[in-house]
Design a binder for this molecule. Structure first.
Ligand SMILES: Cc1cc2nc3c(=O)[nH]c(=O)nc-3n(C[C@H](O)[C@H](O)[C@H](O)COP(=O)(O)OP(=O)(O)OC[C@H]3O[C@@H](n4cnc5c(N)ncnc54)[C@H](O)[C@@H]3O)c2cc1C
Length: 555
């Protein structure tokens, strides 16, 4: 087990390096009240300047990968990672405050969150969780993993904690220019605003932060008419969910069959009564709830379902309806009047990848992007703006690294990428292949619709491309190792195995001596065989709902 004292020490060490190792850019103003001044625009003398936004799994992956480039390649580069929160880890870093709706919390993380995938599948290749980490760990272990990764890979001096990128606008044209980035820094009561120019902007801001709230007719009326003698009616998104105890003595309807919905149903299960699912969603095994179809509308007294039934006894609705793909700092007008907005929010757009005059988000899909990474907006060069971590239904850290490898090599040498026209043609072809499979690319967005097979092919193709281009040595192997494929495929089975082991108090026995990546891989394979033999003999019992790849797009 990770020792708690160790954990505290290394978390503390991160607080200590929250201040920049270099002073804020000249002209950055420090004020001792809540108002702040904007500094004049600054350019560094670096041969190439790169800003990364976000220190979650994705941001740490790209920072490490850029620093791994040979010294001579990245000589003279300046790399800065801005993170708005007090530490690294992204959504795995708990919010110290209880949610106060409608103000969005810092993270959707809730205290009883455990991973739903075995942690060896969630690792950056070659960097394991600490020895003795339970196979399906609680969130603290995942947070610690990110802290360890940042500290042990010497990433910390490049990271500016408590620095929020407020806006980033492009000043230039389709071949040359710079990002004018406005950064707000908070240090206790002291706030400062800095304006800096960067050649490249890498967005790793996560996509589980802006709730998708479906609009139903009649919600206001329903909310206004709590029956006397019962708890005040409420409708909240799952981003605000923290404890099942909050719902004691309430009848709860959980909406949505994605990971948050299933988890909420399992946790609130003994209390909740209903789980509203779309027709194509499976009920959650072991959940003590009545499955009902989608909501049609609300009335003063009840919630009406699409099959005409009415639910009259619901007190609280948890909307586990997923998240919107937004990058507010890219869509906000820049304080520099000559700079243009990098991403347009247009929920009902009819534009597509070939007609879009700029980068667009329809809140499900950011387009046109090559390989979910490089913006093909005609406003700026393709390497000016890139994204890490957009794909959904994928093992994040390995996928982040595969994407990061492509970005790092493209930054080092833009000719690594095909021409903009070739990338656009490739994207349009990919979209039509999706349509042939029955998916609307503008709805499916960044989802790996074919599950693990698509997700693994995606990563393998990114790395294969770099090998074909001679940017990486060709070892003749796929990027996604066979054991990772097996572990993702057998996540359910491994979940049942791990539950059996924990129930029998045998976790230490299995975890003793497991340290290296090869040893974790071996443990996975041994567990798969062990559980399969058990289930062949005794049948599938004690089904445990863990091990489903995280999918927030269930609504
Ligand atoms: C509740 C939940 C549970 C999950 N469990 C699993 C699991 O068990 N297994 C699994 O494989 N996946 C899981 N996932 C998927 C999860 O998305 C990934 O594990 C991964 O952590 C996402 O990392 P990220 O870096 O892309 O985004 P985040 O972790 O969201 O990091 C983004 C970072 O960017 C920062 N940021 C954003 N905007 C700005 C700004 N303007 N300026 C500065 N900083 C900014 C944020 O503060 C944040 O730190 C889960 C997701 C959720 C929501």
């Amino acid at each position: 087990m990770v020792r708690f004292s160790q954990y505290v020490v290394s978390i503390l060490s991160l607080f200590l390096w929250g201040e920049p190792e270099v002073p804020p850019a000249e002209g950055g103003c420090l004020l001792n009240n809540s108002s702040a001044l904007t500094a004049t625009n600054q350019r560094s003398n670096a041969s190439k300047s790169i800003a990364i936004v976000g220190a979650g799994s994705a941001g740490l992956a790209i920072l490490k990968t850029i620093l791994d480039l040979p010294q001579e390649t990245r000589h003279g580069w300046e790399v800065v990672l801005y993170e708005q929160r007090r530490n690294v880890g992204g959504l795995w870093l708990p919010d110290p405050n209880e949610p106060q709706p409608p103000k969005l919390p810092e993270t959707p993380l809730y205290p009883r969150l455990r991973t739903n995938t075995p942690h060896p599948t969630m690792t950056y290749p070659g960097y394991t969780f600490r020895p003795h980490t339970p196979l399906f760990p609680t969130h603290e272990y995942v947070e610690q993993y990110h802290v360890d990764f940042a500290v042990n890979n010497n990433l910390t001096s490049y990271i500016r904690l408590n620095h929020t990128v407020h806006s980033a606008g492009w000043k230039g044209n389709s071949t040359v220019g710079e990002w004018v980035v406005e950064v707000h820094h908070t240090n206790g009561e002291v706030k400062s605003i800095t304006k800096r120019s960067f050649d490249h902007l890498i967005v790793a801001n996560g996509h589980n932060h802006y709730p998708r709230i479906p609009k139903f007719q009649g919600t206001d009326e329903w909310l206004a008419h709590t029956p006397t003698g019962t708890r005040k009616r409420e409708i909240e998104h799952s981003i605000f969910y923290r404890y099942p105890e909050r719902y004691v003595n309430m009848t709860v309807l959980v909406v949505g069959g994605g990971a948050s919905g299933r988890d909420a149903v399992l946790q609130v299960g003994p209390i909740a009564t209903y789980h509203s699912l779309k027709e194509d969603k499976e009920p959650t095994p072991d959940a003590n709830v009545t499955v009902v179809p989608r909501i049609s509308h609300f009335t003063r007294t009840s919630i009406v379902l699409v099959d005409g039934r009415s639910l009259d006894d619901v007190d609280a609705v948890i909307l586990a309806t997923g998240y919107e793909f937004l990058v507010p700092f890219l869509s906000r007008p820049s304080s520099d009047q000559d700079a243009s907005v990098g991403l347009v929010e247009s929920p009902k757009t009819t534009l597509n990848c070939t007609t879009a005059p700029t980068l667009i988000t329809n809140l499900r899909y950011i387009f046109p992007l090559w390989e979910h990474i490089f913006s093909l907006s005609q406003q700026y060069p393709p390497t000016a703006l890139s994204f890490v971590g957009l794909p959904v239904l994928i093992a994040n850290c390995p996928s982040d690294i595969a994407q990061a490898l492509l970005i790092a090599h493209a930054l080092a040498d833009p000719s690594t990428l095909p021409s903009r026209a070739e990338m656009l043609a490739d994207l349009v072809a990919q979209e039509s292949r999706l349509r042939e499979r029955g998916y609307d690319p503008y709805y499916a967005g960044h989802k790996m619709v074919g599950g693990d097979d698509d997700a693994q092919a995606y990563q393998n193709n990114l790395v294969r491309y770099l090998k074909q281009k001679g940017r990486l040595p060709d070892d003749g192997k796929d990027y996604v190792e066979p054991w990772r494929r097996i572990a993702r495929k057998e996540s359910f089975l491994l979940g049942r195995a791990w539950r059996r082991i924990e129930d029998n108090g045998e976790a230490d026995k299995w975890l003793d001596g497991v340290e290296t990546e090869d040893q974790w891989a071996d443990l996975i394979l041994r567990l798969v065989n062990w559980q399969r033999k058990h289930e062949d003999k005794y049948g599938l019992h004690g089904s445990v709902y863990v091990g489903q790849p995280w999918d927030e797009s269930g609504f």
